[in-house]
Design a protein around this ligand. Structure first.
Ligand code: FAD
Length: 404
């Protein structure tokens, strides 16, 4: 067991850290001001393109793409990517600068692994170049979507096309003017066994019959420019070549998509918690109440110490899960992925909650990134599968392992 990063990763950490210091942190206030202006709702911050160009030129691009796709990226393992994702997680909009933002990352992996040559040329290439963005549409208002076998939107063959009918909600990213394509999950073969009924299909955003019913908010936040939306698919017709992999193979694709996506969330959560702790220590060290620095209060010291312990625990578990994914794949590492998907956002929610408290009222404002990180980690406990579902799967695996 070696707890040191490799020389290659240390060099990348240094390079990414220098980029964050030079270009990302200094732009935070401007980016925030721009998005806070209601006139800019659903518009992309104009500073983004220049930063993307700089990141690409610096070789800090598509860092998430695993080694099999080295032609498009530095070809990192999950273990190598983890500290870099943590660093990007410190500033919520920064992953896009490095073309490492969800849901594009998961969609790019799907296209790289399962896309036909024509699908890859039309959508993967511009996604890898950071020219377009994408969405992933699975969740539906009418069914408990944490059990994805419930997904009821239909994707049915009709001549040379598939026709899609249904309603989705909580779909991230559609409102971004750069978003041009969605990967949609729906039911094609209703008579098949439960995990072989669903398919995934590529739907250009401007296809007739696809409409945004409403935009949604997350604890009052719009998440502009991407947003979350409720969508209606009313006889949406796309050519048969847009189907990914084949009819009834949606769950096979979802397996490949969700393992890396989940652990990336966790890596970013750790970055948010780490940053909140750092900001909290500076605040309590610089403020005096009742005749002594707030940092001298024992309850505050306990909060700092406990937060550090919990962050380090989650970080080590994330690294172990990432390492196992590299060694045996997402399926073999599913117990560790489930464990970290439960542990990391809960930890980050607890740490950011303590950091809010230590700031007093300021902690609830957007004058620091802590309130945003708190809200993010609250929803990560539901997005990509609620905690209870991961715990149920983890318990099932452990019962089989220990009770047999
Ligand atoms: C900010 C945000 C962004 C999102 N982005 C996307 C997106 O881009 N694309 C997309 O398709 N979806 C997206 N989602 C949706 C998300 O993936 C779903 O909300 C999630 O899978 C849960 O589905 P549900 O909301 O239908 O909850 P339900 O399935 O109705 O579950 C409700 C609750 O029931 C409980 N529960 C469920 N199963 C069990 C169990 N086995 N044991 C015990 N309790 C259980 C849990 O407490 C769970 O939270 C997003 C969600 C959020 C909040």
């Amino acid at each position: 067991m070696d707890f040191e990063h490799s020389a290659k990763v240390k060099e990348l950490i240094a390079r990414l850290g220098a980029f964050m210091d030079a270009h990302i942190y200094p732009a935070e206030a401007e980016e925030h001001r721009w998005h806070a202006d209601p006139a800019n709702l659903w518009k992309s911050w104009p500073g983004l393109d220049a930063l993307k160009e700089k990141a690409r030129a610096a070789g800090l691009w598509n860092l998430f793409l695993p080694r099999e796709y080295e032609e498009y990226s530095p070809g990192l393992t999950n273990l190598e990517y983890a500290p870099l994702a943590e660093m990007m997680g410190r500033v919520p909009w920064s992953p896009e600068v490095f073309n490492c933002a969800a849901p594009d990352t998961g969609n790019m992996e799907v296209l790289a692994r399962f896309g036909s040559p024509a699908q890859r040329a039309r959508w993967l290439d511009p996604l890898l170049a950071g020219e377009i963005r994408s969405s992933y549409a699975m969740t539906e208002p009418a069914v408990a979507s944490s059990d994805a076998t419930n997904v009821a939107t239909t994707i049915l063959a009709d001549g040379d096309d598939y026709v899609i009918n249904g309603r989705k909600w909580w779909i991230s990213g559609i409102m971004d003017p750069r978003c041009t394509v969605l990967i949609v999950m729906g039911k094609t073969l209703a008579e098949n066994p439960r995990h072989q009924q669903h398919s995934m299909i590529l739907v250009p955003k401007d296809t007739p019959g696809l409409s945004v019913v409403r935009t949604m908010t997350v604890l009052g936040r719009t998440h502009s420019p991407g947003g979350e939306t409720e969508l209606l698919f009313d006889n949406v017709r796309v050519p048969k070549e847009n189907l990914i992999l084949g009819e009834g193979r949606g769950f096979e694709i979802a397996q490949g998509r969700l393992g890396p996506g989940r652990i990336h969330h966790c890596m970013r959560s750790i970055g948010q918690a780490q940053r909140a702790l750092e900001i909290m220590t500076r605040r309590v060290e610089s403020r005096v109440a009742f005749g002594r620095k707030i940092s001298e209060q024992s309850s505050i010291r306990q909060d700092i110490a406990l937060s550090w312990c919990e962050i380090e625990q989650a970080r080590l578990l994330t690294l172990k899960a990432a390492d196992m994914m590299d060694k045996v794949g997402s399926k073999g590492a599913r117990d560790l992925i489930a464990a970290i998907k439960v542990v990391a956002p809960r930890m980050a929610q607890a740490v950011t909650d303590r950091a809010i408290q230590a700031h007093g009222a300021m902690g609830l404002s957007d004058d620091t990134p802590i309130a945003y990180a708190f809200a993010t980690n609250r929803y990560v406990r539901i997005a990509d599968g609620p905690d209870e579902v991961h715990m149920s799967q983890l318990a099932k695996l452990k019962i089989a392992e220990y009770a047999d």
